[in-house]
Every structure is written in C-alpha cells, then in structure tokens.
Design a protein around this ligand. Sequence first.
Ligand code: CP
Length: 349
Amino acid sequence: MFNPQLNTEGNLKHLLTIEGLPKRILNQILDTAETFVGVAERDIKKVPLLRGKTVCNIFFENSTRTRTTFEIAAKRLSADVINLNVGTSSQSKGETILDTVDNLIAMHADMFVVRHAQSGAAHFIAQHVPDGISVINAGDGRHAHPTQGLLDVFTVRKYKPDLHNLRVALVGDVLHSRVARSEIHALTSLGVPEVRVIAPKTLLPVDVEKLGVHVFHDMKAGLKDVDVIMMLRLQNERMSGALLPSAQEYFKTFGLTQKTLNYAKPDAIVLHPGPMNRGVEIDSSVADGSQSVILPQVTYGIAVRMAVMALLGSGYPSSLQAAGGQPSQTGQPSVGGGNGVNSNTGGSA
Ligand code: CP
C-alpha cells in the first residue's frame, strides 16, 4: 500500500505520523538513536552527517522542548539551522504557508520541521515539496507528534528493555493529545502486549479501544501491576466547553500522587512529555521523584531527533560509518536519585 512517508525503496522520506510506519522503520530509528546518545558525551558534540544541509524549523505553535531539541540535534549533525519566527515573518502579512515554504526552498532548504495547530499541516507541506526535501511533523493539532512518541518509547526501552513483557498506562487527556496517539501507535507496533488508557469518559475519543488499548476510568484498577506510566497534560487550549468539573476535582481523581503511584509496580517509571501542569495531572513529589524519567526523556529526545534527521537527510547508514558515528553502549540506566537526569544522561550506565 502507498505510504507517503516512504520512498520507492521503502526508506523514510518524511516523518509525519507513526501510524502505518513499518516496525522495521521504527526499530531503525530507535537503533540509530542509540548510536547518537554518546555524541553528547564527546568534547566536540558533533558529527558531520548533515554538513552543508539546511534545516528550517517552522513552528506556528509554541514549543520549548521540541523546537530546542530539534535545533540542537540538527547542529550536532553539523547542519545549518534556520528558526523561522512565525510571529515576525510575512505570515503575519497574509502570506500562505505554501508560499512561505516555497520561499525557503528557493533559499535551498533541505528539511522542514513543522509544528502547527491544524491537524494535517505537515502532510500538506510534504505533498507540496519536491523530491529530495523532507518534512518532519513536530506536532499537528491533536493528530500526531511522531518524534515525541519515538523518544518516549526510546526512553521506556532504556529503562525496561523487554518491550514484549510490559504493561503501560497512559493517563489523562487522550482525546486532545497528539502525543497519546503517537505513543499508542509506537507501543502497539513495537509489540508491547498491554497498553491501557486511564481517563474520564469525556477525555477519551469515541472507539478508543480500536487503537488496541484497554480502557479504565479509575486509577487504582488502571495502574495495578503497571510497569510504565505515561502522564498526559490537560490540553486546555484544545478543549471546547466544560469537559471537567474543575482542575482540582480532576487532580483528586486522576492526578498522579505518591498514593496513586503506589498502585503501580514498585519499580514503575513515570514519563510526561511536558509541559507539565504540576498539581493538575501530576504532583511535584512524583514529577521530581525517584521514579520519574521526565528529564531523561528530554535528553534522549536529542538522539532520537538526530536519528530521524540523519536517516532522512544523509543516506544513513553508510554515511554514518564514514562520519565516525560510533554506537553507544545500550546499557540500562537505573532509576533513582532525584529526577534521574544525572545518573542517566547519556544512557549508558
Ligand atoms: N513535548 C512537547 O512537545 O513539548 P513542547 O511543546 O515544549 O515542544
């Protein structure tokens, strides 16, 4: 079946969504990311894979983690990086998104990293650009956030390497969450046998079970025997109407606290894509606690985004070997000690 993300050889040409991507491509991205974790440990944190290429970050929506880590990742691959400031660009004078893209292509852009509030925006641009130019979806509406889903699975794999023996729960606003969709597609495609969602009915899509998840409306039952807890932000900016009584009421029923965390396995890890609403979906004692891997997620996000860009832009793997990219050790980091970032940065404990 035709997949707009793959070229005729079956290699990645755009990354728009995890849905429908072959497992072999997901594993290729994760395994390639392993080779980049160690780059952050070097004195000179660079490999020359994208030397001479130009990466354009076009963010029509706010971002801290995604935009910054894409920029760091591109620079570590030696690309030139343009961060288009949409607020001060000619978009504000009425220029269309495709005219903006065409002008950047006329400046010899090689890759676009796009975030937009409208679902489908990255697909729209990918259909428009000529062969040889790649588009990466950095989050579109409530549809998909593929690199977030990949970096979350990469983080899970670092702490819990046997994906085929895991119980994972996503907690919160699945309805409005592009992250949740990408996480669910990544986890189920990679063979995680049990993926749960825990949320009030008002924050679940109709027919969510068709995504291959088990549905719970109660933290005690939903977190029982869970290895991995993926918290989701309440997406207030995408909600229309009152779907919840109040943030306080939500926290009482679906917030992750020390008490509710104890319903999961004692060695369960806690993820959150950020930005966090402390005291709304997660208590600070958990967010900053010994089971949290929230900051390592951010660190691993750089390696995962490097992998995606290297695969798209450099003819990997032959160019990686020529550039001296060395596989890092893939050892399992330990959870514990504050937020875990010190013990885990680099991921090769
Ligand atoms: N997780 C995530 O997408 O965060 P940002 O909105 O800060 O990029």
